[in-house]
Design a protein around this ligand. Structure first.
Ligand SMILES: Nc1ncnc2c1ncn2[C@@H]1O[C@H](COP(=O)(O)OP(=O)(O)OP(=O)(O)O)[C@@H](O)[C@H]1O
Length: 252
């Protein structure tokens, strides 16, 4: 058992204009664990992810990555420390091929010298990484497709491959099933399951498809009005009367 959770938040709060958007949010995610974050619309899930990834600075509390306080680190420095993120809306360059999109992410990771001599080697290494990550998400054979022509499900897989190309140890998936056709949900769920099972990546996932979340995660955190209502196994959380009350009138 590692000494520190892979990711933890302590006393997290975010207030703006007198409104409390997040308050006293506190939980830890163990290395290799998959945690789902659920809650009714407006509960604060996206804000929480924005605070975790560094897009939003909390007004109280701390974010710890492998025990290290990253609360004041900028997005790119957090990414370099091993935190990956996908967004609710697509972040692909639609006019580029599938391979080119993932290669760009891999190149960003490899970074380094801009020397003309070093460039071809880095380009080759990035291409190799991109092909491997695409195979991992089940897109081998689609490398040359134009990204904009893909189904929503395949676009999501490209985004996951891009994130994997940066070699993250903790990933934040923000509504990975948003806009994905029902026929693609199963395949995408398997890709997410693979992140966790095959790579041992620590995963936090916000997702509205309750059956998807409950079928994938080890534990669920339920948010309501900016607070953490409950954290536990899917069975325990869904049996919790306060959670049921929060969802009253909403399909669970
Ligand atoms: N910077 C901000 N200024 C003012 N209000 C904000 C700000 N950020 C978020 N909010 C408000 O905080 C609440 C929580 O928003 P958030 O998007 O985090 O919820 P959510 O759980 O992700 O909702 P959804 O499920 O609809 O995506 C909303 O009422 C939102 O309007």
């Amino acid at each position: 058992m590692a000494a520190h959770p892979a990711l933890a938040v302590e006393g997290l709060g975010f207030a703006v204009g007198g409104a409390s958007i997040l308050a006293d949010v506190e939980f830890g995610v163990a290395r290799g664990e998959m945690l789902g974050v659920i809650g009714p619309n407006g509960a604060g899930k996206t804000t929480l992810f924005n605070v975790l990834s560094g897009l939003v600075r909390p007004t109280a509390g701390r974010v710890l990555l492998d025990g290290q306080d990253v609360t004041h680190l900028a997005v790119h420095r957090r990414a370099r420390a091993g935190l990956g993120r996908t967004f609710q809306t697509s972040s692909l360059f639609e006019g580029l091929s599938v391979l080119e999109n993932v290669r760009l992410a891999a190149q960003a990771r490899l970074g380094g010298s801009l020397s003309v001599l070093a460039f071809p080697r880095r380009h080759d290494a990035a291409t190799r990484t991109a092909r491997e990550r695409l195979a991992e998400v089940g897109l081998a054979g689609k490398e040359d497709h134009r990204s904009g022509d893909l189904s929503h499900g395949d676009k999501r897989k490209v985004e996951i491959a891009m994130m994997l190309a940066t070699d993250p140890s903790v990933v934040l998936l923000d509504e990975p099933m948003a806009g994905v056709g029902s026929g693609d949900v199963g395949a995408l769920s398997e890709v997410i399951r693979g992140l966790h099972r095959d790579r041992g990546t620590t995963v936090l996932m916000v997702e509205h498809h309750m059956d998807v979340v409950l079928g994938l995660v080890d534990r669920v955190a339920v948010m309501h009005h900016g607070r953490l209502l409950a954290v536990g196994t899917p069975e325990a959380v869904m049996a919790d009367s306060t959670v049921q009350a929060a969802y009253l009138g909403e399909p669970v």
